[in-house]
Design a protein around this ligand. Structure first.
Ligand code: PGA
Length: 249
């Protein structure tokens, strides 16, 4: 039985000191939470915190993830971080193609596929974010948008046997407190699963992200295709995160 995945995306919200403090203070509770709920927990802090958090979380079932990865393997790319380097820092997971990266840093669908491919080659599970904007949602073009975003991923990673994660995050749901209707989500997940079943040869799973909170998490109980969550704002506070995991497991 697959464990439900809860990924904390801390974005640029915690400094190194705050990240260390969160993990040190809540270390026993984090371990207990993961074991008691039989869930898989992943914490994605910003780059400078990875090394220290890896040391703190080393003997726990809690995994470490990064928030981005370069599409390049190595070279003269100032400001970028390679998959190999993330592996050395202790990452088992890495978010790629988050809508904030696509929006503010010009990350393209091709970049996302290349970064995901580099991660797979280094044994890191890519968490590939896709999602339509509010405008695209209103035009009813979400499925076409998602397929376009996934196109290079499906061709480049077609033959990989490494696990990959797709995080469906409608842009209009991120940080807004609004989540999609159950019927809408079911349709999207069904479509994505059918697409991967047809084209992809390795293991994959699809998770949901966007305004996951203790208030919204019960709404996902009915949707068995949702096998995990990418949580932003509500993951910054341990008590809130714990509540979400306990309610959503
Ligand atoms: P949110 O962010 O939970 O604060 O909506 C989710 C995300 O951007 O991954």
């Amino acid at each position: 039985m697959q464990q439900t995945l809860f990924i904390a995306n801390w974005k640029m919200q915690k400094t190194l000191t705050q990240s260390i403090e969160f993990c040190s203070t809540n270390l026993t509770s984090l371990k207990k939470l993961s074991v008691d709920t039989a869930t898989e927990l992943v914490i994605c802090p910003s780059f400078p915190s990875l090394y220290s958090l890896n040391e703190i979380l080393a003997d726990t079932p809690v995994h470490l993830g990064a928030q981005n990865c370069s599409p390049h393997e190595s070279g003269a790319y100032t400001g970028q971080v390679s998959a190999e380097s993330l592996k050395e820092a202790g990452c088992n997971y890495c978010i790629v193609g988050h809508s904030e990266q696509r929006m503010y840093n010009g990350v393209t669908d091709q970049d996302v596929a290349q970064a995901a491919n580099n991660l797979c080659k280094n044994g890191i599970v890519p968490i590939i974010c896709i999602g339509e904007t509010k405008e695209q949602f209103e035009k009813n073009s979400a499925l076409a948008v998602l397929e376009k975003q996934l196109d290079p991923v499906l061709s480049l990673l077609k033959n990989t046997k490494q696990p990959i994660i797709i995080a469906y995050e409608p842009v209009w749901a991120i940080g807004t407190g609004i989540i999609p209707e159950t019927t809408y989500l079911k349709k999207i997940f069904e479509h994505l699963n059918a697409l991967f079943e047809k084209i992809h040869s390795g293991p994959w799973r699809i998770i949901y992200g966007g305004s996951v909170s203790e208030q919204t998490i019960p709404s996902f109980k009915d949707i068995s295709a949702v096998t995990g969550f990418l949580i932003g704002g509500a993951s910054l506070d341990f008590q809130k995160f714990e509540k979400i995991v306990s309610l959503g497991k």
